[in-house]
Unconditional design. Structure first.
Length: 95
């Protein structure tokens, strides 16, 4: 079991709580990620809620943004790649 030091954070007026950067980095928590908050006696457990589809969408958005590419461009490129692979495999055009 990991025994990292506890961190102190302040709850803001609207109930917002900032998880310290060091802990976010250690636990790979990112902006927009959903967490589960579980009350246990006088304590709260904050755990990442891994939503696979939502995480995949976020990652795709990051990749597209980093590549300065639109979804339409990606789909066009995928269609062209698929057509090229079909031609390479079967020696003819699809459909």
């Amino acid at each position: 079991m990991n025994t990292e030091k506890a961190a102190v954070a302040e709850i803001k007026a609207r109930g917002q709580l900032t998880i310290p950067k060091k802990i976010r980095e250690m636990r790979h928590l990112e902006e927009g990620q959903v967490v589960t908050i579980i009350p246990v006696g006088d304590a709260l457990i904050v755990a990442p809620k891994r939503l696979e589809l939502d995480e995949a969408r976020r990652e795709i958005r990051k990749v597209l943004k980093a590549a300065n590419m639109t979804v339409e461009e990606l789909l066009k490129d995928l269609k062209e790649d698929r057509e090229g692979l079909y031609q390479e495999t079967y020696g003819k055009t699809s459909g």
